[in-house]
Design a protein around this ligand. Structure first.
Ligand SMILES: Cc1cc2nc3c(=O)[nH]c(=O)nc-3n(C[C@H](O)[C@H](O)[C@H](O)COP(=O)(O)OP(=O)(O)OC[C@H]3O[C@@H](n4cnc5c(N)ncnc54)[C@H](O)[C@@H]3O)c2cc1C
Ligand SMILES: NC(=O)c1ccc[n+]([C@@H]2O[C@H](COP(=O)([O-])OP(=O)(O)OC[C@H]3O[C@@H](n4cnc5c(N)ncnc54)[C@H](OP(=O)(O)O)[C@@H]3O)[C@@H](O)[C@H]2O)c1
Ligand SMILES: Cc1cc2nc3c(=O)[nH]c(=O)nc-3n(C[C@H](O)[C@H](O)[C@H](O)COP(=O)(O)O)c2cc1C
Length: 591
């Protein structure tokens, strides 16, 4: 068999390709008889489009499994991959998540833009499959995976398998899809002549010696760590219209490691008071045994508290509930022309509301359990620096509370940590690495950080880390919140860093301190010449916080600054920003 460098070996994609070519070349100098009896395996490229790592993790697993089945599989991010390179592929598997309003993850946007400008069949030689990841709570469920699948088909590529659209419960659908995929690929292997081997090169590339091993964390989503809460304090003051908390989790005993830019996953559970209300409405005791896939048998109460979503609705759930109970009002909402009413209905309600509105539908606990989606972990950008806050992970959490239909409601995880987890108690946490949101390697590189609200979190980590590392690069922070008096998160720390010069500039935008709104992007525009000069000096740009409005408006302001001060038209500014991304100088961690 041709020896190969495994995916998790500490080499870049290019280095690995080169080494694999080299090994293949060595192999090709073996006696001709041996080559003839062992043809090269089918070459399969596994691509991922991922924001928070789920698609990447699955793609990594798939690549490993394909290799163990004897395929020549390689793993590639769609970041920095081109539509032209795809045209040269023969077999491609895509694992893709969806963000925004049905968009590609940031890292895959450029690739997809390129594919979308193709108007003629271009991928006739390509056979492919798409595993789309998403969350049914979004109206644009799995839209990027769907769009990518349809686009490739329209450009001449052939599906190996039908697309799978996967909700938050991933393991089962992924395993089933993988099995189907293996069967199809094995069948293709038998039908098709083997691919040719990559050419061998006699010279080792110099950068191989510099490849560094990747760091790892000791807690994962599947195997979280029960971390004690060490400290909890409000960052907003009493008079504030919101509550944002600083929480310190002890990881001293855990072996957990992380880097600035990573997120902390918290595995939450529901409010027992709400669970009790639901049980009372349904006239269940909660002791009834129910069966949950993977988790096994347990009392209904435990399933509702720990495993199932009870605070939010989605179309699929309403469809099932309405059909089971023949609820006229709910059925009417499902008509295509009622889409906006359905969205409004879902936005304002949780499980308890449909149970009250259309009672008598659920007769057995298993009927309820089968229709509810699984509760998922919540991610929080880590606000501590591993070099400074040793043995701790800090998180900065805005508490989601609102009132709708005469009921006080709250976000599952943020109210859990605010109301029901006292200092000293433990919650399961893990590290979600975010390799796309890292400080520049060169400590002299200037950084511009734009982080209104909880978007400040990773920048607090960056600032502490840079100071600890003795990084000499300049630091510019844009921070925004509602009111200066009550909502200036980490005010003392930031002002002291500004006073001693570690923060070269601190620009704040307090949106509700004057008649008209002032946002971070207004401060960017006011300082546009300086902003441009930092970019020209090679600054790396980071944006963190709200995805729905802020990140888009900041992106528009960036384009405007680049166009005006770089003397570029719209297309030129777009190209400049695209290049910033490609050079890993424009990073976003938005939610
Ligand atoms: C990579 C990443 C990093 C993140 N970092 C941070 C961070 O540093 N700090 C932070 O606070 N959050 C952060 N988040 C967001 C965080 O993960 C959670 O989404 C957030 O805390 C809400 O979770 P929850 O369980 O409290 O609320 P959920 O139970 O998820 O409820 C939130 C939902 O409530 C509904 N809702 C909210 N307000 C209203 C309203 N007024 N009316 C009707 N419905 C409403 C909406 O449907 C909303 O989606 C991050 C997210 C990601 C993906
Ligand atoms: N629904 C809730 O109760 C609730 C509560 C907390 C957080 N969240 C969500 O959680 C995420 C993070 O919230 P957060 O606490 O970090 O704060 P946030 O809601 O993002 O607000 C931080 C600051 O950003 C401002 N802002 C609003 N729109 C903006 C825009 N288009 N461009 C730039 N700045 C803008 C806000 O101003 P104004 O608010 O004055 O417009 C505020 O001053 C967001 O997605 C938010 O929607 C929701
Ligand atoms: C901010 C945010 C926006 C999202 N938007 C969508 C969406 O529009 N449609 C969808 O189906 N899923 C959406 N999702 C769910 C993700 O696609 C899903 O969690 C996926 O498994 C994440 O994969 P990744 O970790 O590889 O990025 C969103 C998730 C987040 C955090």
């Amino acid at each position: 068999m041709v020896p190969f460098v495994p995916d998790d070996a500490p080499f870049s994609k290019e280095q690995r390709a080169w080494l694999n070519g080299f090994l293949a070349g060595m192999f090709s100098s073996a006696p001709a008889k041996e080559i003839a009896v062992k043809p090269a395996p089918l070459k399969i490229s596994v691509f991922y489009a991922s924001q928070t790592g789920t698609a990447e993790g699955l793609a990594r697993k798939l690549t490993k499994d394909l290799k163990s089945k004897g395929f020549d599989a390689t793993l590639t991010s769609l970041e920095a991959y081109t539509s032209a390179a795809l045209a040269a592929e023969r077999y491609a598997i895509f694992i893709a998540s969806t963000y925004g309003q049905g968009e590609a993850p940031d890292s895959a946007q450029f690739f997809y833009e390129q594919v979308c400008v193709e108007h003629f069949p271009r991928y006739e030689n390509l056979q492919y499959a798409v595993f789309a990841l998403g969350d049914r709570h979004y109206e644009t469920f799995c839209k990027f995976g769907i769009d990518l699948d349809n686009k490739l088909a329209s450009l001449g590529a052939t599906r190996i398998l039908d697309r799978v659209e996967c909700d938050v419960e991933i393991d089962g659908p992924f395993a089933a899809w993988k099995e189907q995929l293996f069967r199809r690929l094995e069948a293709i292997s038998k039908e098709e002549p083997p691919d040719s081997l990559p050419p061998a090169s006699p010279v080792l590339p110099p950068s191989i010696a510099m490849a560094a091993p990747v760091s790892s964390a000791a807690a994962t989503r599947e195997h979280p760590y029960l971390a004690p809460l060490k400290e909890k304090r409000p960052l907003t003051r009493n008079g504030s219209t919101k509550l944002t908390l600083h929480l310190t989790w002890s990881i001293a005993e855990s072996g957990i490691r992380y880097e600035p830019g990573d997120a902390c996953g918290i595995i939450p559970h529901n409010d027992p008071v709400l669970v009790e209300e639901i049980l009372n409405l349904l006239r269940f005791s909660g002791e009834e045994q129910v069966e949950l896939s993977k988790a096994g048998a347990m009392p209904l109460k435990k399933a509702l508290e720990k495993y199932l979503v009870i605070t939010r609705l989605n179309r699929k759930l309403i469809e099932r509930y309405a059909t089971m109970g023949q609820c006229k009002r709910l059925l009417a909402l499902l008509a295509p022309e009622q889409q906006s009413h359905l969205e409004q209905y879902v936005y304002e309600r949780g499980l308890i509301d449909i149970l009250e509105e259309c009672p008598g539908v659920i007769h057995h606990p298993s009927e309820l359990v089968e229709m509810l989606p699984r509760l998922t972990p919540r991610l929080y950008s880590i606000s501590s620096s591993p070099s400074v806050h040793t043995g701790e992970v800090h998180t900065t959490i805005a508490v989601v509370r609102y009132r709708s239909l005469n009921r006080e409601r709250g976000g599952v995880c943020s109210t859990l940590v605010a109301d029901r987890v006292p200092v000293g108690e433990r919650l399961p946490i893990y590290i979600q690495p975010n390799k796309k949101f890292r400080l520049p390697e060169d400590p002299d590189t200037p950084v511009i950080m734009i982080g209104p609200g909880t978007g400040i979190a990773p920048f607090r980590a960056f600032l502490h880390e840079r100071r600890a590392r003795g990084a000499k690069g300049r630091n510019w922070l844009f921070f925004g919140e509602r009111n200066a008096a009550n909502d200036f998160l980490y005010r003392e720390e930031l002002e002291s860093m500004a006073a001693d010069g570690h923060l070269t500039r601190l620009d704040t935008a307090f949106s509700r301190d004057q008649e008209h709104k002032v946002y971070v992007q207004d401060r960017m525009m006011e300082n546009a010449p300086l902003f441009w000069s930092w970019l020209q000096d090679g600054a790396s740009l980071y944006v963190c916080g709200d995805a729905s409005r802020m990140a888009k408006d900041v992106d528009a302001a960036l384009h405007a600054i680049v166009a005006r001060h770089g003397n570029l038209d719209q297309e030129g500014a777009k190209e400049y920003v695209r290049q910033l991304k490609e050079d890993h100088r424009y990073h976003r961690d938005v939610y």
